[in-house]
Design a protein around this ligand. Structure first.
Ligand SMILES: [Zn+2]
Length: 129
């Protein structure tokens, strides 16, 4: 299988960072449009926060419209950490390399296709219970 080389890794990293910047702005806009004073204050702090702090803040705010954004921020942050640790592109379940094409479609993919299928099936079964 084709390995992720440093050039490719840099491209993924750039993509992740720009998605994160966009999300940060989205969250900031949402907070600014809130009628809650605390949210407006949080928006001011937002640009100064590290990724970890951003995840922490958005998790704490508990605004339903933010939940989806928070999850996206979390998975982007996790992928960025993986890049730093040299674990990016490795399946979190079976430790096989994730196909580059798959990462190109979803830069935050954490599992190989096989494990992702199993995972989705499990999730689906949990909902049924
Ligand atoms: Zn796997």
């Amino acid at each position: 299988m084709e390995h992720i080389d440093d050039t490719k890794l840099k491209i993924f990293q750039t993509q992740l960072l720009s998605s994160l910047e966009k999300l940060r702005n989205d969250v900031s806009d949402m907070l600014l449009s809130s009628s809650h004073v605390g949210h407006k204050l949080a928006a001011k702090q937002l640009q100064k926060l590290s990724n970890d702090q951003l995840v922490e803040l958005t998790s704490k705010l508990d605004i339903s419209s933010l939940a989806h954004k928070t999850n996206e921020i979390k998975s982007i942050d996790a992928s960025l950490n993986d890049i730093e640790l040299g674990l990016y592109g490795i399946c979190s379940d079976c430790e096989a390399e994730i196909a580059i094409q798959r990462l190109e479609t979803d830069v935050t993919a954490k599992r190989c296709v096989i494990c992702e299928k199993k995972y989705q099936k499990q999730k689906y079964n949990q909902y049924k219970l």
